[in-house]
Design a protein. Structure first.
Length: 130
């Protein structure tokens, strides 16, 4: 089995970033039920309107079935006002993977987090410490 990761960039339309965040959070468990191995949505700390969704699937057939499912079709049509178009995905395969000793899931402490930027103390608008 070759796991395939699909990356979908989202850019929220004016004043819709928090609404898009909430809808992506609602979409995540639905995609797991549709056959995704892992779904991760990341929101930029430098631009709160910018999101990236990563969906790992076991094969192309699973992705095709998922992308054309009622779940995705409904999201792309009903929530279309929340993000800029076109909505295009990239197909990727892993070439390296690593994780710190003892870490099972680096995002596991907060699998969804607050949808609203002002409710998340990490979304300060200040530069991220390096």
């Amino acid at each position: 089995m070759t796991t395939i990761a699909y990356e979908i960039p989202f850019y929220a339309t004016g004043l819709q970033a928090d609404n898009l965040a909430a809808k992506l959070q609602e979409l995540t468990p639905k995609l797991l039920r549709e056959g995704a191995l892992e779904v991760r949505v990341i929101r930029s700390r430098e631009d709160a309107y910018k999101f990236r969704m990563s969906i790992a699937v076991p094969d192309q057939e699973t992705w095709t079935r998922m992308w054309n499912s009622e779940t995705w079709i409904e999201f792309r049509t009903v929530q279309t006002k929340l993000f800029q178009k076109p909505l295009a995905y990239e197909k990727n395969v892993a070439i390296a993977h690593g994780r710190g000793a003892g870490v099972t899931d680096p995002y596991g402490d907060e699998p969804f987090g607050p949808a609203k930027a002002e409710d998340d103390e990490r979304m300060t608008g200040a530069p991220v410490a390096s």
